[in-house]
Design a protein around this ligand. Structure first.
Ligand code: HEC
Ligand code: HEC
Length: 366
């Protein structure tokens, strides 16, 4: 049985980076199909090229493995495990088609739960083992969700933490410098730069900066060696949803199909706002009922077989020129987490628009 270890998480991160560098042109045609962007696509034919890597990451998290468990260095080469995985993808599609009206109800994780060999038999009892808890689906019916205050009220309360819409409008730009420590203790010095519909997430590294940027409706990624490519849809979505200024300034139009719930978060009452961001990414925002602060943001990026869940927990709110700003947060994903500590927040610093434009390949004197 394979379990994810810290080393595997690192290898996996390197895998994705190497992939990002190698496949500079794979996503060139936005909205392209997987079979056009990659060499040997069989069961994932007809799916979006942008979703191939997020789907691979979902496989890693579901089976508790890294890319190399299924792949040789040439990802297009066939391996026996890759063939097994193809059979599994077809099986999952058939299960969902025949039993769940085609919804992505059963995924790799439904059976695998982080292991290559799913457990066929229920676990044996231990001193702490409870076959079910009163609120588990098999122990008692799920209680119906309790509706919360109107979505517009939650949004207004949140905007009050910025000094209302007038206060928010005064924040023309923001530069946040912070350190991000990952699950295995590696610290990165990072910067989040936002201005209107533009933003940059910069990771300072010895060899040069790694940057994900967005200007209006397009996003790009630049590797430390200067190689630049268009960002995938999930990278673009993540960049915007992880920028509190972007979320706040766009909140009223960003989320559709809104509904609210009263929930418990860390043993406290909280209000949850659920909806669909960008018309396709399910999001859940959890607000403190008293202060209005955004405590948690969860988003579920779609992939071919399921969803890649990202959860951000904000804390240590401080006043920055009249607006509440979290000085700490944790970003959790199935394959690892990052703990963020903010060093400085500067607002309304002059920023040239040209900083946000996609760099021409290898520009910047690397
Ligand atoms: C559970 C097994 C599994 C894991 C883990 C996995 N892959 Fe895959 N990968 C596949 C399968 C199966 C295909 C072929 C899909 C098809 O035939 O439609 C594939 C296809 C690909 C392709 C397309 C290759 C081509 O040109 O045809 C790339 C690129 C790729 N994977 C990269 C990765 C990366 C990067 C990782 C780690 C982040 C990864 N894979 C993890 C099973 C896996
Ligand atoms: C209905 C349960 C179920 C689902 C859903 C499922 N699997 Fe499996 N998978 C299994 C079982 C059981 C085995 C072990 C088979 C055996 O030992 O012969 C297995 C084995 C595998 C293996 C071989 C592992 C190894 O290292 O030998 C791979 C790869 C795999 N599954 C990938 C996937 C992927 C990718 C998905 C989602 C697209 C998936 N599976 C969904 C039940 C499932």
């Amino acid at each position: 049985m394979y379990r994810i270890t810290a080393k595997m998480v690192l290898i996996s991160a390197l895998c994705v980076l190497a992939m990002a560098l190698a496949a500079t042109s794979a996503f060139a045609q936005a909205g392209g199909r997987a079979e056009a962007a990659f060499k040997d696509i069989k069961v994932l034919q007809g799916t979006a090229a942008d979703q191939l890597i997020p789907t691979m990451q979902f496989f890693e998290a579901s089976l508790g493995v890294t890319c190399n468990h299924c792949h040789a260095a040439d990802r297009a080469a066939n391996t026996p495990i890759k063939e097994t995985a193809r059979q599994m993808i077809s099986m999952v599609k058939a299960i969902n088609r025949d039993n769940f009206k085609g919804a992505k109800t059963v995924t790799c994780n439904t059976c695998h739960r982080g292991a290559t060999d799913p457990e066929a038999n229920p676990a044996l009892a231990t001193a702490n083992y409870k076959p079910w808890t009163p609120d588990s689906p098999n122990g008692a019916p799920n209680l119906p969700p309790v509706p919360g205050p109107a979505a517009s009220q939650l949004i207004d309360n949140y905007l009050k933490t910025f000094g209302g819409e007038a206060g928010l409008a005064k924040i023309q730009s923001r530069v946040v410098k912070y350190s991000a420590t990952n699950s295995i203790g590696i610290v990165a010095n990072m910067e989040m730069v936002s201005k209107g519909d533009n933003s940059l997430s910069i990771t300072h590294a010895d060899g040069g900066d790694a940057i994900v940027g967005h200007a209006g409706n397009s996003a790009w990624q630049r590797a430390p060696n200067g190689a630049t490519r268009d960002a995938r849809e999930d990278e673009f979505d993540g960049l915007r949803l992880q920028d509190p200024l972007y979320v706040a300034t766009h909140l009223k139009s960003l989320i559709t199909n809104m509904e609210t719930r009263r929930v418990r978060l860390n043993d406290q009452d909280a209000y949850q706002l659920r909806g669909m961001a960008f018309g396709r990414v399910p999001v859940r925002l959890f607000f403190n009922p008293k202060s209005g602060n955004l405590l948690r943001l969860v988003y579920l990026l779609p992939n071919v077989v399921g969803q890649n869940v990202v959860r951000i927990d904000y804390s240590d709110f401080r006043n920055v020129q009249g607006a509440a700003f979290p000085f700490a947060w944790v970003i959790a994903r199935p394959l690892g987490y990052q703990t963020v500590k903010v060093e400085s927040v500067q607002q309304n610093v002059p920023l040239e628009d040209s900083r946000f434009a996609k760099p021409t390949a290898r520009a910047g004197g690397q």
